[in-house]
Structure formats: structure tokens, C-alpha cells
Ligand binder design. Sequence first.
Ligand SMILES: Cc1cc2nc3c(=O)[nH]c(=O)nc-3n(C[C@H](O)[C@H](O)[C@H](O)COP(=O)(O)OP(=O)(O)OC[C@H]3O[C@@H](n4cnc5c(N)ncnc54)[C@H](O)[C@@H]3O)c2cc1C
Length: 511
Amino acid sequence: MRFHAEAKRDRYDVVVVGAGVGGLTAAAILAHAGRSVLLVERHDRLGGYAHAFRRGRYLFDSAVHLVGGCEPGPFEGSGLIHQLLSILGVRDRCAFARIDPCYTAVYPGLSVEAPCDFDEFLRAYAEEFPSEQKALRQFLQECLNVRQEARRAAQLASAYDVMSSPDRFPTLLRYRRATLSNALDAHLASPRLKTALGSLWPYVGLPPSRASFLYYATMLMSYIADGAYYCRGSFQRFADALGEALTMRGGEVLLRSPVRRIRVERGRVTGIVLENGQRIDAPLVISNADALQTIEELVGEHAFPERYMAGLRSLKPSLSAFVTYLAADLPLPSAIRHHETFFFPSLDHDEAFRDSRAGAPSWLTITVPTLADPDLAPHGVHLLVLTTLAPHRVEGGWRADKERMTARMLGLAERYVGEDLGGRSRLIESGTPRTMERYTRNAEGAIYGWELSPAQVGPARPGPRTPVEGLRLVGHWTQPGGGIYGVVSSGIQTARGVLDAPGETAPWDAL
Ligand SMILES: Cc1cc2nc3c(=O)[nH]c(=O)nc-3n(C[C@H](O)[C@H](O)[C@H](O)COP(=O)(O)OP(=O)(O)OC[C@H]3O[C@@H](n4cnc5c(N)ncnc54)[C@H](O)[C@@H]3O)c2cc1C
């Protein structure tokens, strides 16, 4: 790929602001459909939260650990990412390693492994909780129904089509206001089983009592029904493959180029201005940047109706994360055997969430990407990524608190795995919520855009269209929500909304 300091032309059909996975997906599809596309990114590489960084001979993913749907699967609509890369002609750029079990969750007196296969998952949990076998099957079937209906709903033009088709979307409509706890309580009796099935709550950033059941079920099924994957060579490869799909079709990428302003005249987008002063005309601008930043800083809120602004301001961002990156000498402690292990201090997820929100996390996940891809580090070394959720602000600021928090993460890890990981590490580095914000400009370092509560997912988020003609949104601040699977869906949805021509069929209609 060739990157330029200035756009080659002064006019494009479409400018995409931000090269997160949502922006990349939309840009690549639009270029594939024959539009002239300019993708502008302020960072020096593609991917947003999906970017990777090097420290000496170690290659770390900055954030992303696991993505569903990277290979064909057994269910309707399985393998979304595989299909997308295939249509764009870059499937061979990514080698995905299947992660099985997709996660392990360890509690005092309880440890569960989640096989990366629907029937195996059911069998594993039924073995641990035999008296609830039937109810468990019903609950998981309901999760699968959510996923299937959500895939079909994504192909519709608007949320109104879902609301007006109760026969086609009974599960989405039944659970649209349900939390994960509501759905678990409706099916299951055992508190331990309910806790175990909610183990993946950090992946939606809210505990079961507050997380949207629809979003949780879709995310869980994207792993256990579709398959969970790690991209060999880091998820940077996945972002780069989407970038290559764009440039292969004549699209252009500008890195290290913050967009200063999105120009709007008489209620219509007319183009952008780069930080270097270059003015570029375009009748369509798609923003992958934080939604409020797009509106308040890049356009100016005067261009938007008050009602739209009030709606946006009523939404709550998701929590951020604190991440500690380690390069540790072998062997791995015996408590860590798989790619992703969650360690919780008790069966109470609400308490764990409260601890994180207060800046005193009591739980963490330990990811070991070198189990799936040993080439990320030299022989004899494993990369370990310790992640917990954390608030945007702590007393005294993150700059002052980073060291204390890193020590806390190492202390937690040591307590859970019973070994001194810090002492065996050749490299220890941390990213705070402020780091997340600095690299992506996501407000408050939010990891999934708006919080994934029932009131803020799917059609309850701002749609890809905005009141300003020619301005669209893409990524985790718009529909359907956060996570790579979510923003790929968003990229497809936003591009499809631009391209929709009645009577015409296109390859991405199948996605
Ligand atoms: C610690 C952590 C762990 C995670 N783990 C996982 C996981 O394992 N699996 C998973 O599916 N999801 C995971 N997520 C969530 C997932 O990474 C995000 O939801 C997703 O990547 C967001 O993508 P996006 O398209 O919305 O764009 P973002 O990644 O938010 O990128 C936005 C881009 O826009 C650019 N930009 C902003 N303003 C401007 C401007 N003015 N001019 C030019 N460019 C601009 C930014 O530099 C950035 O590159 C994780 C997130 C975090 C933080």
C-alpha cells in the first residue's frame, strides 16, 4: 500500500474519516462498488482499536483479543468476516487461528471452559449443571434465535421494519428491553449457572444486571456458534487487509492526517478540511470518529436540530479499560492454559463491575496470544495481556496513577495464577483509559462506543444517517454497537445505505 501526505485529488465521491474497522469496512465496500473513496486517518496506521504495536521483538495487539465469524460456519449467516474478506478479494491476506475453548472463567470453587461449538458448549455446561440441562438448552436456543433474527434484521432498511414484523422477529421484540439477568432468570434456577453463563460480560462492558440481553446473546453466539478466532500476525493484518481491498480498487489512504473540519453548506455536506489545510470536496462524508466529536467539533452543533443533539447527549458512553502488556519467560503458569482466561474474585458480577468503575478492579482477563501464534515473540517467551475495565477518570489523573494500577494488575494476576508474573517478565507496559482515548479519540476511552444497555443498542443508537444531508456515521457509536463483529456489521450497513438502488443486486446483499 502507498500512503500520501496529501490527497492526490481535490474531489472524491466519498471521504471516510477514521480508519477503525467500521470505517475501513465501509470504505472498502464503497470502493469495490466503483465509488472514488478517500480514507483519512490521524494515526500512523490503520485499525483504530484493532491496531497492533511493536516493542523490540514483541508484537502486541493494542486491544482486540478474539473475533467471531472469521471462517464459514454451520448456521445461517455464519462467517460474516470470512464472507466480507472473500467478496473484497483479500481473504488470503488473513490466517485465522481457531480459539477453542473460546474462554475459561475461574471463580472461587468453580471453573468453566467454553468450547467453541454450540453443541459442545451445551454439553460442557450441562455436564457441570445436570439438573438444568433442559432449561439450558432452551436458553441457548433463545440466544441462537436472537443471533439469527439480528442477522436478518441487519439486512432491512430500518428498525421500523423489525417493529412492524412481529412474526419474523419474535425474539428480538420479546427481549428488546431485557437485560441479560432478566433472560437468565426467565430460564434458569441455579445462581452458579447464571453466573457462569454471564462470564463474558466484560466483553459488553456491563454486568448481566445491566447488559442488553440481545447484544450479549449476539456476541456470545458470534463466538460459540460462529467460532472464535485470533488473526495470526495480530489483528493489524485484518485491518491492513481491509485497507488493501480499498487501495486495490483505486481508493486512497491518508495516514497521519487528522480531519480538522467537515464542511457543511446549507444543510449539506460539501467536503472536509485536513489539519494541513487541504480542502477536499465530497458530497458524502462518512465519519468513523466518535459521534459527539464528529458533530460538536468537526461539523458544529448549529447544523443539527436540537432534538437530535438532546438525543445524543442523553446517551452514556461505555466504560474504558486498563491493559498491561507483558513479555514473560516460559513456562506458562499452570493456571493459564488457554488463549483467554477470566479470573473473578466471587460469583457476584455486580460487585466486580463496581470495583472496576471505582478504579479498584478486583478481576481481570489474561490473554496469551502466543498460544495461537508463537511468532508474535521470540522462542521461549509468551506475550500476556492483562485487561480489566476502568473508569475514564481517577483521582489525581491516570498519568499519576498508571504505576499504581500496573502494580495492582500484576498483584491480581499473581494472586490468581499463584506465580510472580512481573518477576518473570522482560517487558511490562500499560495502557490507561487516557491512552485509549489518545490513540483513537473515542470520548472517555470508551471501548464500545455508547454503553451496551438495553436502552442503547441496535435501533436505540443513532442510525448511520444524520440530519445533515451527506453525513453518515459508522463504527461503534452507531448501530448496532461495539466489538469488531458489531462494527463490521455497521460498515456493511452504512455502505449498503449509500448504495441501495431499488432493483439492483450486489454481492454484499448476502452479508
Ligand atoms: C481494551 C479493549 C479490548 C477489546 N477487545 C475486543 C475483542 O477482543 N473483540 C472485539 O470484537 N472487540 C474488542 N474491543 C472493542 C473493539 O475494539 C471496538 O468496538 C472497535 O474496534 C471499534 O471500531 P470502530 O470502527 O468504531 O473505530 P475505532 O477503533 O474507534 O477507530 C476510530 C478511528 O477514527 C480515527 N479518528 C478519530 N478522529 C479522527 C479525525 N478527526 N481525523 C482522522 N481520524 C480520526 C481514530 O484515530 C481511529 O483510528 C476491545 C476494545 C478495547 C479498548
